[in-house]
Design a protein around this ligand. Structure first.
Ligand SMILES: Nc1ncnc2c1ncn2[C@@H]1O[C@H](COP(=O)(O)OP(=O)(O)OP(=O)(O)O)[C@@H](O)[C@H]1O
Ligand SMILES: [Mg+2]
Length: 344
């Protein structure tokens, strides 16, 4: 569904890359958490999927399409099939909740009759059926985020990118937002969520991709916010300083941390990390990663190629043509109870 092939993004010459040698794939229907310290490249990765940012080197594929070969006039139809949710909601402040959702349909020329059915349906899905007339400033943060999710999902995109969607919310409200994203994922949309929300990641037990300094250092199928060794790195390149890990004998340092009161259930790696105030330390997890990476990488490449063929079958040039309306190219996410005639 989404594939990064040795992608590097450097925003400014002379600066270090925001994303470096990224080799990763997100499969159709997956729910993926992107974690990593501030500045590790999570938002940059997402913006490349939307083609808001172009890679300096390497190739990004969405549904089998090389984004560098999509002309600018086709970019809107690419984005039509990708919903986006932000930490700060980004609703149109002078429109009601209803109108915010309606707007997403209006800009792609959806017939009024379909709009009148879909908007209430979406308001109901996000639990705001009685608040359609409220302005954004009359809604709580959690409610605003629900509207934003409804707006992002109303076109039934095949991909939903959520950049810290729970960052401004209290834990229980955040939990509700997460449930909503999980429901959208269950309906077939691929969800990629960048987050610092430990509770969200730990609760969901989905795939976790951890970035450090623009590189993937961890990729676990059912991961948690912090790593539990042994770590499986199944894609991405390890940071260069991994070669110096022998300078830090982990066992000894881990023991020292425990003596100083780091809870015993933490792994030595986590203890060290917590003591250093870091969310991730690449050299900690490089050692067990390399071997696992070698084995799994081959399987992944096979699967990747198979997926690519499947994607290309489904995703013809027509899908990016100007009059294409999602989700036709993605038969697994149909609009329920909607006839072909209505949609046009
Ligand atoms: N438009 C830009 N111009 C120049 N540098 C940028 C730009 N956007 C991001 N960067 C730099 O790229 C690096 C990665 O930033 P990015 O926003 O992708 O990180 P992030 O993981 O999303 O962080 P956060 O958790 O704080 O949102 C940072 O060093 C940042 O300063
Ligand atoms: Mg970010």
């Amino acid at each position: 569904m989404i594939r990064f092939d040795d992608v590097t993004k450097t925003y400014m010459r002379g600066q270090r890359p925001a994303v470096e040698n990224l080799d990763i794939e997100f499969a159709r229907g997956e729910f993926v958490f992107l974690v990593g310290a501030s500045g590790s490249g999570k938002s940059t990765l997402m913006r490349m999927v939307l083609k808001e940012v172009n890679p300096t080197r390497g190739t990004v594929y969405v549904a089998g399409k090389d984004l560098s070969r999509i002309p600018s006039w086709k970019v809107p139809s690419l984005r039509r099939d990708i919903g986006m949710v932000f930490q700060d909601f980004r609703l149109l402040p002078s429109k009601t909740a209803y109108q915010n959702i309606e707007f997403a349909l209006a800009v792609i020329g959806t017939p009024r009759k379909v709009v009148r059915r879909l908007v209430p349906e979406m308001l109901e899905m996000v639990g705001l059926e009685d608040k359609g007339k409220r302005m954004p400033h009359e809604l709580s943060g959690g409610e605003q985020q629900r509207v934003a999710i409804a707006r992002a999902y109303v076109n039934r995109p095949s991909i939903l990118l959520a950049d810290e969607p729970t960052g401004n919310l209290d834990p229980s409200t955040a939990g509700g937002i997460l449930d909503l994203l999980a429901e959208i994922n269950e309906r077939g949309t691929t969800v990629v969520m960048a987050t610092h929300d430990r509770a969200a990641v730990d609760r969901m037990q989905r795939r976790v991709v951890e970035m450090v300094g623009g590189q993937v250092v961890r990729d676990e199928a059912e991961g948690t916010y912090e790593t539990h060794a042994p770590v499986s790195v199944i894609s991405g390149h390890l940071p260069d300083d991994s070669a110096h890990r022998d300078e830090h004998p982990l066992e000894d340092e881990g023991l020292a941390e425990r003596w100083e009161g780091v809870p015993a259930e933490r792994s030595p790696v986590e203890g060290e990390r917590a003591a250093a105030g870091e969310t991730a330390a690449a050299d900690d997890i490089a050692a067990p990663a390399a071997a696992a990476g070698d084995v799994l990488e081959e399987d992944l490449i096979d699967e990747r190629e198979a997926q690519q063929v499947r994607d290309e079958d489904l995703f013809t040039d027509e899908a990016f043509s100007d009059d294409a309306f999602s989700p036709e190219p993605f038969p697994e996410t149909p609009l329920p109870e909607q006839s072909e005639g209505e949609r046009r």
